[in-house]
Design a binder for this molecule. Sequence first.
Ligand code: ADP
Length: 537
Amino acid sequence: MMDHSLTIGAMMERAENFFPKKEVISQTHDKIHRLTYKEIGKRTRSLMSALDKLGIQRGDRVGTLAWNTHRHLEIYFAAPGMGAVLHTINIRLSPEHIIYIINHAEDKIIFVDEDIFPLINQLHEHFTTVKTFVVMTDKDTLPETTLTNVYSYEDLIRDGDETYEFLEDIDERDPAGMCYTSATTGKPKGVMYTHRSIALHSYALGLADSAAVSESDVAMPVVPQFHVNAWGIPFACTWFGSTQVMPGPRFTPERLARFIEEYKVTITAGVPTIWLGLLKEIETNNYDLASLRGVLCGGSAAPIGMIRAFEQKHHIPFFHAYGATETTPLATFSRLKSYQADLSMDEKIQERTRQGILAPGLEMKVVDENGDIPWDNETMGELLLRGPWIANEYYNDDRTEKSFVNGWFHTGDVVTVDEEGTIKIIDRTSDLIKSGGEWISSVELENVLMAHEAVFEACVVAIPDEKWQERPIACVVLHDGYDGKVTKEELLDFLKPQFANFWIPDDVIFVEEIPKSSVGKFLKRELRKIVLTFMEQ
Ligand code: ADP
């Protein structure tokens, strides 16, 4: 067979050649843009020529601080297409982490959405390698700044060469993209993707037994393009010619519901907090969401009550998937097997709370201190992964040694496996609660609490305990209108039939909101501090 490289430039070329009429619909600050892949292809080429003129060379890092828009999509292809590396930066991180990431990655140029530009004005003096900034705006004028090396994105496109060629001599093992973990558990760690890993991961998204992304889809990635490349959806959708809907800056649940209805979105993806918001919206106002064939949910565990509401009440198929920055991210996908069709509705919903089975091409091991655990749905162990889209190291980081051992990525996630081989994420190693020598899963308690009709969000954390070492405490945000209508005791009684006695939290604290990470995950470190202060009072 030919030793032919899979490259990101060729993905865009395929969209230009075979799907020139298909569209990308994109919300920016000022308006909705509708561009065909023919136009997106030309603009991507112009952008490559601009990067070239601005002195960007092979291997240079091209940073982005941007929302999900067509412009961000163009950079996804232009940077790797001319041999550089796309580095998407999480705009919601703290300024300190943003500075750390930009300097650590040694970004040469930064593309920034106009509403995020004030942040650049504040932070630029701390950047050690950035030479140029490009503002992504619909306006004719640039925002006010004392910086001199600032360009307008649309000027670059206008002055660029729309016939510029994607670089031919790229090896598929060359770096193409870079993301940093969202720092749920510490300082961000960088992961470098290759052309090959992104292409193979895109194939995986297209498999019928995973997300089955295809030409006929209208895909709306709600997961940000700065969070593990919107889970790789923009790459796969462009390659396969799907219509894409980019929800743009500061979207609301109302905008998401409206876009699904208006553009007949078939598939969408995001973290559970996004879907909790959407659920609230569609239960308050009327929308026709019949076009949806799948809501993909990952990033943290999807609560059973939410899955039930989507599946049973709204008849929207809901798919749970699992992965991490280090895994590009798709690692497991949850679908019922053909012979599980006879399960009762309740059993099916239970199945859907599991994170599913491993994508073809990847391998897994689940181990505890005695080695491989049995697949008995009870024994817990850490999930280890390897495969062509699993990272082999952190970029220039001495934490590599801890997570990448003997060719396996140690995910830090504790799971059980059933006899079908489906995994259930029990907790992160750091969030498991150790009480009297036994493990308690905060995630399982949260999921059941969130199935109570009064509970909007629930988060369970460990607090130190003299006798038991650690004990669980539940923090609960109630749905509107339930204040004062439900007691701690009622919530604990709701848990009791479902868990062993020692699992039942020592207390329930009602809070206004749960602190969340930059990508919408519960920030347990922060919550633990709040709980400890509360308990001291
Ligand atoms: P960070 O590690 O900073 O949160 P990532 O976005 O890479 O950044 O998160 C990956 C982690 O998210 C996984 O290791 C796992 O703990 C959690 N996760 C991802 N998907 C799921 C899921 N479907 N259910 C439970 N946890 C999940």
